[in-house]
Ligand binder design. Sequence first.
Ligand SMILES: [Zn+2]
Length: 239
Amino acid sequence: MLSLGHSHKLTEYTQAFFHLFYPHICLQCGIDTLSQKQIICPVCESQLPFTNFSLMNINPVDKIFWGRVPVDKAFSILYFTKESIVQKIIFELKYKQNKRAGYLLGKLMANELNQLQEKFHVDYLIPIPISKRKIRSRGYNQSKLLCESMFQNGYKVPVAESLLKTKGTTTQTNKDRLHRGENSTPIFKLNPKINLVNKHLLVVDDVLTTGATLEMACKCLWQAKPASIQIVTAAYTLA
Ligand SMILES: [Zn+2]
């Protein structure tokens, strides 16, 4: 049996071994002094393109949902532009099974929400569900990962998987952008096990583009008669 000392030593070896093959290099500047949870260094983190939308009374993300679905407050933390560090981080999150990307984005969302806490109360974080096929290839639901990271980083609001993905839906990526919002096929249904009546909800997603997915998610959630719905996404892009 291993004593505590031995197992500690073993962990050190494992970490050194792991570092050899998966060095913790900053995705942006290449510096290699990152901790196991970091994906970029603190300097590059401070230089991320923050939107500061949460500080505005009305911001561009609020306007996306006007006339489509009632949302009390909606905002994104970072600007998403092509060839940018934000695009790299989102790519790691969605296509490279890199949970550290989710940890970082969840932390940034938690930081901003904790500063706003007095302005609006939230009972549940609601992740956007993805298909089982996507969970298998990705290893996780990135939206749920963001919620969990927000919790780990001090935004202590429980996660409620109130939205369920319905079967047999086609992906929207090939459809004309103008027609996406008009797709009336429901892609979500409510989880009957969770009571959302009079609850304040915060829907969490990775990237906001047209808002079509979030619009459908919120429309579905309103059927559960919550008190309010808010939206936060890690990044915001103009399609
Ligand atoms: Zn860096």
